[in-house]
Design a protein around this ligand. Structure first.
Ligand code: ZN
Length: 401
């Protein structure tokens, strides 16, 4: 979401508190205040708004499974009420109400972010049947699922044997909504034409939706930059930095898998695509910090040139240490810009691709084309190279000397 849009929402929006990362996964013990686009006072008890509502069953014995489908009609806890000012950020983190607000707030936040990229409302795929998405925040089930018109969340059991609600896991919520949004915009392939790479793109896309969304938390951006001193391009080479592995989205996306290194299993097959889109974020970021004069052309060149990076990783890091010193907020602005560059191109590609017999090569070609329409030649050469390196895209274009 463009920073100006996000700032504007703070003037009128509804406040919730969200964990960037499930609190039991360490590192992010504090929930962060987040503003949602519905104006304060317009979100009803539930929480409930024009797109989704929470219903919290007292005892939902079974998860939904066709023909058992929403709406939930059994006994439920009273709808969670807003505070007197219309916000929902006043519930203690260990309360049942907090989980309900967290599920609603996370979903609404990811929807806000992606509607801002699309530049319009993204209607639900199930709108013919249901007006709103039903959210079940906590049931006695060791799993979570999203389906036609609903999402419901159980709990995991941690190593110490205590139950941890999946509804507090922004990563899972973002991933599930990533699937739902892609189904909404792109639709389904014609019968019998659901390709393996369509399924894998769905997984990659869900992971990237979750990643781009978590990159809207100040705490996540701050940690990432502090830990790397702004040297994000070499993330998959510097995974020794412990703090980075705490953010699951970043750990998954900064992989170095090529097509020849993965199986046809859908999650495995998704990795080269997820990695390529992450590379695009990292690359756009390097171009942004160079364009803004935060690093010189020598450091830009060294960072982007593989053999130099291998030979002089420490020298590059030392130069980043120097460049980053006292410039955290400038680096952060560049990273937000890179995030939004990729978010707008990805969603623009959603709108133009056919799901039928989709191949990775179609996705790469569309992302490259969409990018050319938006930013001309600026990223073209590197973007081709990124997909070529992943063995997704055949034509690397003119070779860099
Ligand atoms: Zn998935």
């Amino acid at each position: 979401m463009p920073v100006e849009t996000d700032t504007r929402i703070r003037d009128f929006g509804t406040r919730v508190r969200l964990y960037p990362q499930a609190p039991f996964l360490s590192g992010f013990g504090e929930a962060e205040v987040v503003w949602l686009s519905p104006a304060a006072g317009t979100v009803q008890a539930g929480p409930s708004d024009d797109r989704m509502y929470v219903v919290d069953p007292v005892e939902k014995a079974d998860p939904y499974e066709y023909p058992y489908m929403p709406p939930y009609k059994g006994e439920s806890f009273p709808p969670v009420e807003p505070g007197p000012d219309g916000h929902f950020d006043h519930y203690p983190a260990d309360s049942r109400e907090f989980v309900a607000v967290h599920v609603y707030g996370s979903l609404r936040r990811v929807l806000d972010i992606f509607e801002s990229y699309v530049g319009d409302a993204i209607p639900w795929q199930f709108r013919e049947t249901y007006e709103k998405l039903e959210l079940i925040p906590l049931i006695g089930w060791e799993n979570a699922q999203s389906g036609y018109g609903f999402m419901e969340f159980g709990h995991a059991r941690d190593d110490a044997g205590s139950y941890q609600p999946y509804g507090l896991n922004f990563d899972i919520i973002g991933h599930e909504l990533g699937h739902a949004l892609l189904f909404s915009v792109m639709g389904l392939p014609l019968e019998g034409h659901w390709s393996a790479e369509f399924g894998a793109f769905h997984e990659a896309n869900a992971d990237i939706v979750s990643l781009l969304s978590v990159m809207h938390f100040d705490t996540v951006l701050d940690r990432l930059l502090h830990a790397s001193h702004g040297n994000i391009y070499t993330l998959n080479e510097i995974n020794r930095i412990a703090e980075l592995s705490e953010t699951r989205q970043i750990r998954i996306a900064s992989n170095s898998r090529k097509m020849s290194e993965v199986t046809t299993e859908v999650h495995d097959l998704s990795r080269p695509m997820t990695g390529a889109i992450f590379d695009f974020i990292a690359y756009a970021y390097v171009e942004e910090i160079a364009r803004r004069g935060l690093i010189g052309s020598d450091l830009r060149e060294a960072t982007l040139t593989a053999h130099v990076r291998m030979q002089d990783a420490e020298g590059i890091q030392a130069n980043f240490d120097k460049a980053y010193n006292n410039r955290h907020f400038q680096f952060k602005a560049a990273l937000m810009e890179a995030r939004d560059i990729v978010g707008t191109r990805l969603t623009s590609a959603w709108k133009q691709m056919s799901p039928t017999d989709l191949t990775y090569s179609d996705v790469a070609t569309m992302l490259i084309d969409v990018d050319r329409q938006i930013s001309g030649d600026r990223y073209q050469e590197e973007l081709r190279e990124i997909f070529h390196w992943r063995e997704i895209y055949e034509d690397p274009g003119p070779v860099k000397i």
